[in-house]
Ligand binder design. Structure first.
Ligand code: PHE
Length: 346
């Protein structure tokens, strides 16, 4: 092969390559072409192998042609490459296009269980009076659930709480949140303003107003010089915030072993406004909670000196509050998990 042959071959290579590049439909073809023509084992390298056989004077001439051919192919590759890439991008954008005007698929939102919602509403009100929420165990010991609340073993007052026992000596499922009073007193120094929401358990025959599982919210306030008037004022504010600012309230005498005196706290009937109707048993009042001044014996069990500290406690059923507020007549709805009922809450 002489100079003319080599030059011709280079020109043929250029013409072939430029034609192939111009006709390449996509970037994959272009990449294959680049490798085939300019790659280490490509056609250009193969042609240039012939240079060694030429007289030294001719070599630079072939070199110059080869460089021009390489330059032409490279710029053709770059130019066609830009074209196909922009076509490919446009095709991809069209294929992956999102119609932003399509209406969204609705996401099903859960709602709070009405018992939980009621406890939050209660806590939101008492938080404004400086009450802090505490947790207390669901599996209690007999001592804290009863004895330290002034209910000795075999005392007839135990009949007020039909108890579910656990298979561990001295342990039971708490029948009320009141043992939380003892735990808070043991953990904190007065002034104490504690709220104790939680699940309680009783051995009950289930009907429209009794469940073996339900919630309570316990309240406890202890300080020097706390009086029954503080209790009445606080509960009155609570009832107005929960049921309406125009609602009248009253105390009635009650009995609990751990409070002395003990009261039942009533709000005027939410259905008839006090004139008497079937919903309030024609009394005009609805009982919303039990309360009283913490018994001195209980303060002592809590490690507090009853000569120095006084306090009050109250306990209410959030389900009962919800039932009164919304005219729900069957407590079992709270445990049946019927979505038609549950979805009506926030
Ligand atoms: N623990 C009582 C009950 O279960 C309610 C209560 C709490 C009463 C605090 C007085 C004071 O019925």
């Amino acid at each position: 092969m002489d100079l003319a042959d080599l030059t011709r071959e280079l020109e043929t290579l250029r013409a072939d390559a430029l034609a192939a590049i111009a006709g390449a439909p996509d970037s994959a073809t272009l990449e294959a072409l680049e490798l085939d023509v300019l790659g280490k084992k490509g056609r250009l390298t193969t042609v240039l192998r012939g240079i060694g056989a030429l007289p030294p004077d001719d070599r630079p001439k072939v070199g110059a042609v080869a460089n021009a051919v390489r330059g032409a192919i490279e710029s053709a590759l770059a130019e066609r490459g830009a074209e196909v890439r922009s076509t490919e991008l446009a095709a991809r954008l069209a294929a992956e296009a999102v119609d932003v005007t399509t209406p969204g698929r609705p996401v099903r939102r859960g709602t709070l269980h009405p018992s939980i919602e009621a406890m939050r509403e209660i806590a939101e009100i008492f938080e404004q009076f400086g009450f802090v929420t505490y947790e207390s165990p669901e599996i209690e010991d007999d001592r804290t659930n009863f004895q330290m609340l002034n209910i000795p073993p075999d005392h007839p007052a135990r009949d007020l709480w039909d108890t579910l026992y656990v298979d561990v000596e001295g342990k039971l499922l708490r029948t009320h949140t009141s043992p939380g009073q003892i735990r808070v007193m043991q953990a904190e120094r007065p002034p104490i303003r504690a709220l104790l929401p939680g699940r309680c358990f009783r051995y009950e025959a289930v009907d429209a107003s009794h469940a073996s599982e339900f919630f309570q919210v316990e309240g406890l306030m202890i300080d020097e010089g706390t009086t029954m008037a503080d209790l009445k004022g606080l509960l009155d504010q609570f009832a107005k915030a929960m049921f309406g600012a125009d609602k009248r309230t009253r105390f009635r005498p009650g009995y609990y072993p751990f409070t002395e005196p003990s009261v039942a706290f009533d709000v005027e009937c939410l259905v008839c406004g006090g004139s008497g109707c079937p919903a309030c048993g024609r009394s005009g009042w609805m009982t919303i909670l039990g309360a009283g001044m913490v018994h001195p014996v209980v303060l002592q069990y809590g490690g507090l000196d009853p000569e120095r500290y006084q306090g009050f406690a109250f306990g209410m059923g959030p389900e009962r509050i919800k039932m009164l507020k919304h005219g729900i007549t069957d407590l079992r709805l709270f445990l049946e998990n019927d979505l038609r009922f549950l979805e009506q809450f926030r």
